[in-house]
Design a protein around this ligand. Structure first.
Ligand SMILES: Nc1ncnc2c1ncn2[C@@H]1O[C@H](COP(=O)(O)OP(=O)(O)OP(=O)(O)O)[C@@H](O)[C@H]1O
Ligand SMILES: [Mg+2]
Length: 220
């Protein structure tokens, strides 16, 4: 489903160049549930961004669901991303002046659905994360853990083939964290491919396997 061959990525700022990923080779099969672990700054978010077509490698090749990434226009990349990928960002990325339910509807805007169908799907996703009573709130009116759950609802609302989750339980207490993991597992059982960054070995244990990064390199 996701195939990376010799993928490298560096960031340049005025003063320094950081090699964030160094020759990564990785294959994530359809229906797999993979955890990514490693210390802060080792390249986990960078790797997830590449897998989710939010960024492109400097070197190497990447393909998603058999489609080689690289030559497409930004527009066709976003279309591919929107059709296939759900993303739970490390810092939520909720839109501050949209209500909870409007945030969750965002991935559905590019699909041919009536506004009523969109609302129903968004309400259902919010129900699954236990937030039915908060659909009209603004993100700022929610706790950090609740915002995290809105981000989860937005990522799963379109039933993506690939779910990329960047520390989806980082802001949650352990019970809520377990419940989010239940949702990821459910999506995975339905055939979805899940890649999750986590610092928590207990969460990683629930994945099929763990990929470890250190200083931009894969160590296991
Ligand atoms: N936009 C950017 N510009 C410059 N350097 C960056 C940028 N984004 C990330 N980096 C650098 O690339 C390296 C990898 O960053 P990345 O965000 O992938 O780490 P991470 O493993 O997700 O860390 P954390 O666990 O803290 O989220 C870090 O050294 C970071 O400073
Ligand atoms: Mg990160």
């Amino acid at each position: 489903m996701i195939h990376l061959e010799n993928v490298s990525k560096s960031y340049r700022t005025e003063r320094i160049e950081t090699l964030a990923l160094d020759s990564i080779n990785l294959e994530v099969e359809t229906g797999e549930f993979v955890a990514i672990m490693g210390p802060s700054g080792c390249g986990k978010t960078t790797l997830l961004n590449l897998m989710g077509l939010l960024d492109t490698p400097d070197q190497g090749t990447l393909s998603l669901d058999g489609e080689a990434i690289g030559k497409q226009s930004d527009r066709s990349l976003s279309r591919l991303r929107n059709r296939k990928v759900g993303f739970i960002f490390q810092n939520f990325h909720l839109v501050g002046d949209l209500s909870v339910v409007d945030n969750v509807e965002i991935p559905l805007l590019y699909r041919t659905l009536s506004s009523r169908e969109r609302r129903e799907l968004a309400a259902e996703a919010l129900g699954r994360v236990g937030l039915s009573s908060r659909i009209s709130h603004l993100p700022a009116q929610l706790s950090g853990g609740q915002q995290q759950r809105v981000a989860v609802a937005r990522a799963i609302v379109g039933r993506p083939q690939v779910l990329l989750a960047d520390e989806p339980t980082g802001n949650l207490d352990s019970q809520m964290g377990d419940e989010i993991l239940d949702l990821l597992e459910e999506l995975n059982r339905d055939g979805g491919t899940v890649v999750m960054v986590t610092h928590d070995p207990r969460m990683a244990e629930r994945a099929h396997r763990t990929v470890r990064l250190f200083d931009g390199r894969q160590v296991q």
